[in-house]
Write a protein that binds this ligand. Structure first.
Ligand code: URA
Length: 237
């Protein structure tokens, strides 16, 4: 791909803007040598204003989504893209969230511009485990784990029962729930179906990939090992 198109697709500006950046000598190699639009240079050797070029297509990243941000590009109010470099919102191919978390849910949110990877993660066939921790409005009754594991629980206005899910009771009003599907407001609706109410909800892992030491609002790019972890079983500690 031509350098102008490559750089424009990464969100640095229109092709016209990027052509101007070349003319202004802002596109260089690591030694500061000015690059020209027709040069053939490996991605990692390109600097713009002395900064490395953003990662190429095939980008995957994780964020510790804070409460109050929505998984949208254009909602009014705070959106998760506000926490990323502004260019990431206009990359082509688009950087999308892998599924969504509600505005009032915090925790591990994935993004990728790789459509194949996105589908592999959300495909029901992949059975990728999403692990949530919830605090509840009322003490657990004791039968919830069996109800959630049954594979017969029907949520209102759904046609199919939920896949079996695993509930670990951590405290009388705190539980960990492991799901292999992602229906609308699923965790909140599951607890509502057993007469309870979710007060706080956070996603702590996707497969074996955990938040680690990412603070709320922080994000980082994923390496191949991280991506492999998404498809591994979560630890049950
Ligand atoms: N289930 C919910 O209810 N909300 C989320 O954000 C994710 C799963």
């Amino acid at each position: 791909m031509k350098l102008v198109k490559l750089i424009a697709n990464l969100g640095y500006g229109s092709r016209k803007d990027v052509a101007m950046m070349f003319r202004e000598g802002r596109v260089t190699d690591p030694d500061g040598e000015v690059l020209y639009a027709d040069d053939k240079v490996p991605h990692e050797h390109i600097r713009i204003d002395d900064e490395p070029l953003d990662p190429p297509t095939g980008l995957a990243l994780m964020m510790n989504k804070p409460l109050g941000a929505t998984c949208s590009r254009k909602d009014q109010g705070r959106v998760v893209y506000d926490l990323l470099p502004p260019r990431y919102r206009v990359r082509d191919p688009a950087l999308s969230t892998v599924g969504r978390l509600d505005r009032d849910t915090s925790g591990l949110l994935l993004f990728t511009d790789d459509g194949g990877l996105l589908h592999r993660i959300i495909s029901p066939r992949a059975q990728v485990a999403k692990v949530y921790e919830a605090t509840l409005g009322q003490d657990l009754r004791g039968d919830e784990a069996a109800v959630f594991a049954s594979g017969t629980l029907m949520l209102e206005s759904e046609k199919d029962p939920l896949e079996p899910a695993v509930l670990d009771v951590l405290e009388p009003r705190r539980a960990r729930l492991t799901l292999t599907e992602g229906r609308y407001h699923q965790v909140r609706r599951m607890f509502a179906a057993v007469g309870n109410h979710v007060e706080t909800l956070t996603r702590v892992s996707v497969g074996a990939l955990t938040l680690g030491d990412l603070a709320a609002g922080e994000w980082r790019a994923l390496g191949q090992d991280d991506v492999a972890r998404i498809f591994a079983s979560p630890s049950r500690d």
